[in-house]
Ligand binder design. Structure first.
Ligand code: NAP
Ligand code: MG
Length: 462
């Protein structure tokens, strides 16, 4: 794999301030495929200065011109889609088909949506005797995880650019090559120097320096709750805006009137896709007592089919973490009906598609985010019981409800404490706001709601 040995700052690839490097590993075969520089506080500082320097001109650039640059960026991503898919597969391990359809397809759709929004959004509104201007918040520090390497970047950078903000990105250490390709695409799209900057590096070094930098006006973070809490506290102390997307433990509620086989099959696919490394995955399936045994049998059968198709998890640490959760599930009395803690292959960080039955709401595997291909099936007695279980975690990111009629599912969905619900298998919508209730986070991404996170208001009275 081709890798840059510098940082993308102020429109060019510059040598890193230090000499430390990060080895990029292919999780499917454990081979080192490239090295990228591990940035320090000095690299972050240079990038933030470049972003500050570029801010006034970019903020003053007419929205139609910002839209044209985002359109060009989308077009470069389209033109280079095969190369990007191969890179995601090499550093994340996802099967190539998944990389093409989801890891590249979704961010192209999101970039396209922000090209349109930048051109059509009302950056000025009248309220009585006032004119309200929606102005960019300023310099954005974006910190992204590895699970959807390009999507997580585009979901922050595209709306930031549309709003007129400038950006410093610190991508996950496991997937820096996709981030470097994105920087190349930004360059090729003719985005002015300094508007977008990339510093690869480790979270506690480069990430922390970015989150705490005085020159950053908004920190947008996606990742673990532990790091999110710390970033939120740092931002709060500095009276700085912050957006946090911290994962979930979403419920897939199958009401008795639903098409059970469809609901179970789609539910299993949702959890196993991307090896379970999806923050919005429906990792808890809730089934009525009368259909429980049938649902468990269907889920076990569906999961077994994923054995050959599923990719590895991202690294050895995540593999170990997921396997410990599976062991904990067994120890706490849940019943394994598919998969288990043993690694299915000698090489690569693979985890068997795993399904637990007889999971009770208080078990660790029903409460904590596992981030691996592990599904828990819980039993409910009636609707109020289902609602209590579905809402009974600290998270509230996503979910699903299935019923014979959409109206019945909608009535249930309205009582869920969660930011997004798919009704009878609804499709991904790149314009729908995405983000959490409760400890799943603060703020929303995607669509016009995602754009407004990067704007602040100025009211002029007449
Ligand atoms: P993480 O450490 O929170 O990583 C997210 C991003 O934050 C990465 O770019 C990371 O850099 C950076 N980071 C780490 N420590 C930081 C610090 N002190 N200050 C600033 N930035 C920092 O998450 P992880 O270790 O990759 O995954 C652990 C768990 O988090 C997963 O098992 C899963 O439960 C959850 N997770 C959630 C999502 C989501 O979409 N919400 C995504 C990924 C993971 P490094 O890459 O160098 O660590
Ligand atoms: Mg980490």
């Amino acid at each position: 794999m081709k890798a840059h040995d510098g940082m993308y700052i102020d429109g060019e690839w510059r040598p890193a301030a230090g000499t430390d490097a990060i080895a990029v590993v292919n999780p499917a075969d454990e081979q080192v495929i490239a090295h990228v520089p591990a940035g320090t506080a000095d690299d972050v500082d240079a990038a933030v200065r470049a972003a500050r320097g570029a801010l006034p001109a970019w903020a003053a650039t007419p929205p139609a011109e910002r839209a044209a640059r985002i359109t060009a960026l989308r077009d470069v991503l389209v033109a280079r889609k095969d190369e990007i898919a191969e890179t995601v597969t090499a550093e994340l391990g996802s099967p190539l088909k998944l990389s093409q359809a989801v890891h590249v397809g979704a961010p192209i759709a999101v970039a396209g949506s922000y090209a349109e929004l930048a051109a059509s959004y009302a950056f000025e509104e009248k309220v009585g005797n006032s004119t309200v201007h929606l102005e960019p918040v300023g310099v954005v520090g974006a910190i992204t995880p590895w699970n959807y390497p390009l999507h997580q970047i585009v979901a922050k950078v595209a709306p930031a650019l549309a709003a007129g903000c400038t950006v410093v990105l610190k991508p996950a250490e496991d997937t820096p090559l996709t981030a470097q390709l994105f920087a190349e695409a930004v360059h090729e799209a003719g985005v002015p120097a300094g508007v977008f900057n990339l510093v690869t590096g480790l979270g506690p070094v480069a990430g922390q320096a970015l989150a705490g930098h005085d020159g950053v006006d908004l920190v947008s973070f996606t990742g673990s709750t532990a790091v999110g809490r710390q970033i939120g506290a740092t931002a709060g102390a500095a009276v700085k805006r912050v957006a946090l997307e911290l994962g979930g433990k979403s419920a897939n509620v199958i009401l008795p009137s639903a098409d059970l086989a469809k609901a179970v099959n789609v539910g299993v696919a949702n959890v196993m896709s991307n090896s379970g490394q999806t923050c919005s995955a429906w990792t808890r399936m809730l089934v009525h007592d009368s259909q429980y045994d049938e649902a468990v049998a269907l889920a076990a059968e569906a999961a077994a089919k994923y054995g050959e198709r599923i990719g590895p998890v991202v690294n050895a640490k995540q593999q170990q973490r997921v396997r410990s959760y599976i062991e904990k599930g067994v120890a706490e009395g849940a019943r394994l009906v598919a998969g288990g803690p043993e690694a299915p292959r000698d090489q690569g960080y693979f985890v068997s598609p795993t399904v637990f039955a007889d999971v009770t709401p208080e078990m660790t595997i029903a409460q904590e985010e596992i981030f691996g291909p592990v599904l828990s099936i819980l039993r409910y007695e009636d609707e109020s019981d289902a609602l209590r279980i579905a809402n009974g975690t600290v998270y509230g990111l996503a979910g699903a409800v299935w019923a014979g009629e959409a109206t019945e599912a909608v009535a249930f969905a309205r009582r869920l404490d969660t930011g997004q619900v798919d009704i009878n298998g609804g499709r991904f919508n790149p314009l729908a706001p995405f983000g959490g209730y409760k400890q799943s986070g603060v703020g929303r991404e995607l669509g016009s709601h995602g754009l407004s996170e990067y704007l602040q208001t100025k009211s002029l009275q007449f």
